[in-house]
Design a protein around this ligand. Structure first.
Ligand code: BTN
Length: 234
């Protein structure tokens, strides 16, 4: 299923697919050795020196239901891929992957609509593999190298994508419920006091649950809040 294109240096694998998506098939994956303008969520820079695994996946879903859950499926697939290497990752809602409280992977999802019609979803994944000197990048970070794990980046990419395709159709047909149990097993913040930040506000509370829609349910002094987007600070 995974049709893989390799590029050496690129500004961003997200931009590459955005520019080319019309002529490329659903399921195309582009992987780069390094990126000169790698970007993350909320327009942050994603440092993309050689040694990391950087790839973007082109999806052309036939319906728009459950699009927001695709990043959660990718995060779960990354966890499963890392688990195959003996790592014990956990999920930081909605889609960061951490090991021992340090970020090892980030995921960025972007959509392309024309005239209200969905044309494509481009999902970018950055995994810290061989990098050193990454102890803090906006938040504590780690890499497979720090964890003393040597792996072939392309083999890891294929393992992750195999897990992704295994669950993709079920997610698109039935939604986050199909992932919820496996997602919750790796979600470490349940019962903990957390702060959720998004662009213009910050909200504190106890992380109670992940809803059947994949949203975060937070118990705050004002009552239960359902959070759709943000960054979780544990
Ligand atoms: C985040 O945690 O903010 C998401 C980071 C996503 C980074 C990946 S690397 C491959 C793809 N190309 C980009 O420019 N960004 C994503």
């Amino acid at each position: 299923m995974t049709h893989l294109l390799h590029v050496g240096e690129v500004d961003s694998t997200q931009n590459y697919l955005k520019a080319q998506f019309v002529g490329l098939a659903h399921g195309t994956v582009v992987q780069a050795d390094c990126q000169t303008a790698g970007r993350g969520r909320f327009d942050r820079t994603w440092i993309s020196n050689e040694g990391g695994l950087y790839f973007s996946v082109l999806l052309k879903p036939t319906k728009t239901d459950f699009l927001h859950n695709l990043t959660q499926l990718m995060a779960l697939s990354v966890c499963r891929g890392l688990e195959m290497l003996g790592v014990h990752p956990n999920l930081k809602w909605p889609n960061d992957v951490q090991v021992d409280g340090r970020k090892i992977c980030g995921i960025l999802s972007e959509t392309i609509f024309t005239a209200n019609k969905l044309q494509a979803v481009i999902m970018g994944v950055g995994i810290n593999v061989e990098q050193e000197g990454l102890t803090h990048v906006g938040q504590p970070a780690t890499s497979l190298k720090y964890l003393h794990i040597n792996t072939d980046k392309i083999a890891l990419l294929h393992t992750i994508m195999d897990f992704f395709w295994r669950d993709y159709e079920a997610l698109m047909a039935h939604g986050f419920e199909t992932l919820r149990d496996d997602y919750l097993k790796r979600f470490a913040a349940i019962g903990k006091e957390v702060t959720v930040k998004n662009v213009d506000k910050q909200i504190c509370g106890i992380a109670q649950d992940i809803s059947p829609r994949g949203t975060l349910l937070l118990q705050t002094p004002q009552g239960q809040e359902e959070i759709y987007i943000g960054d979780l600070m544990v």
